[in-house]
Design a binder for this molecule. Sequence first.
Ligand code: TYD
Ligand code: MG
Length: 460
Amino acid sequence: MAKTKTSFICQNCGAVYTRWQGKCDACGEWNTIVEENAAGGIGGGPARARRKGRVASLLPLSGELEEAPRIVSGIGELDRATGGGIVRGSALLVGGDPGIGKSTLLMQAAAALDRNGHRVVYVSGEEAVAQVRLRAQRLGAASSGVLLMAETNVEDILATLAEDRRPDLVIIDSIQTLWSDLADSAPGTVTQVRSGVQMLIRYAKASGAAVILVGHVTKEGQIAGPRVVEHMVDGVLYFEGEGGHHYRILRTVKNRFGPTDEIGVFEMSDIGLREVQNPSELFLGERNDKAPGAAVFAGMEGTRPVLVEIQALVAPTALGTPRRAVIGWDGARLAMVLAVLEAHCGVRLGQHDVYLNVAGGFRISEPAADLAVAAALVSSLSGLALPPDCVYFGEISLSGAVRPVAHAAQRLKEAVKLGFQRAVLPSAGSDLPKSRDVLTHEIETLPHLVAAVAGGEGRS
Ligand code: TYD
Ligand code: MG
């Protein structure tokens, strides 16, 4: 018998070491390295290495497709995030914190696909069949033809699937419970997760059934991270939400068959997740027009415009080093906007604490929010509220210039739809159609914005 070889594998990123150590050099996490028996892992084992190559066939790129390449659930927000439906034969990873609603979302998706005539198998490794049924009942999906399996061994799952007619979609909830006879380490470790996922992906490619894999993510990295399987799958979706808020965002991080910047927005209710077709209305829900320090940003998420309120609080500091706290935006970009305000506009914030919050717990990654952030900061510092019917967007460069951003027309259209009548935006040189619905104020540099805010322009 071959001598078993153990190695030490980081459960967060999958880096392999020959000795144990407290900190992973690759990802910087502490206490994530665990001893595993690597000989039985994928690609390991001398017997497999000596196998003679089998002749595969070479095929032309153009060929007949047998059936519709995508399966569409009819849940608009989900189909949007997957880029128009789940591609047959592909593997998708749905990650998120425990308890965020992954199982709920996928059960609803399964029921919706079943209504559209697709055959769906839901494999639950975490919950017993009775629990899954109970949840389905609550979601009003109990009468659907979705097939259940409570199994965690990959070989058993694949054997069961091979028994019957090929399903259109297999949902595996979750990859952390998977284990395979081929790998010797304990269930839940990187080696097990990786080999289980690899077998399921192979099944998807060979059979043409789509596979959705659920993976828990924890900040501590104690659970074998979905990170290690991200590169193996065709698409990665993260299901996010802020504690205390009811809405959830399904964010596309990777998609081999569609765009990656799309989001789907849902609201968690007592009967499951509800689609939110107009997120702007949700994020602008409880707005206090009169308060200084709040600016409405006309943003874009993928192909969809989203209006959110950016709130700033600037207050004299009692500390030696003033505080800068940011929720929902990038701290480094805030530092940059503050530096530009100081250097080019004479707005001194060195003796002030600055707090910045994106309302509703939404997260913005666009640089186009610079202008709205600057407006909120200046408004808070001066104590002058911004006009309540105005939106802001534009990127600020280090020179203090305000640079144009993409999709200006779409942003304006959304603002008009929600009753806004003014917009402060970069002078784009300008390909914008002149509209009578919205009064545009084009600005070239940041000092222009500061003058407009401090001058009380547009307030009644
Ligand atoms: P779940 O889908 O089990 O989360 P995950 O699979 O990501 O761990 O969702 C669990 C949470 O969702 C739980 O805290 C209760 C809540 N929930 C509702 O608010 N309404 C519902 O109809 C359901 C089914 C769950
Ligand atoms: Mg779950």
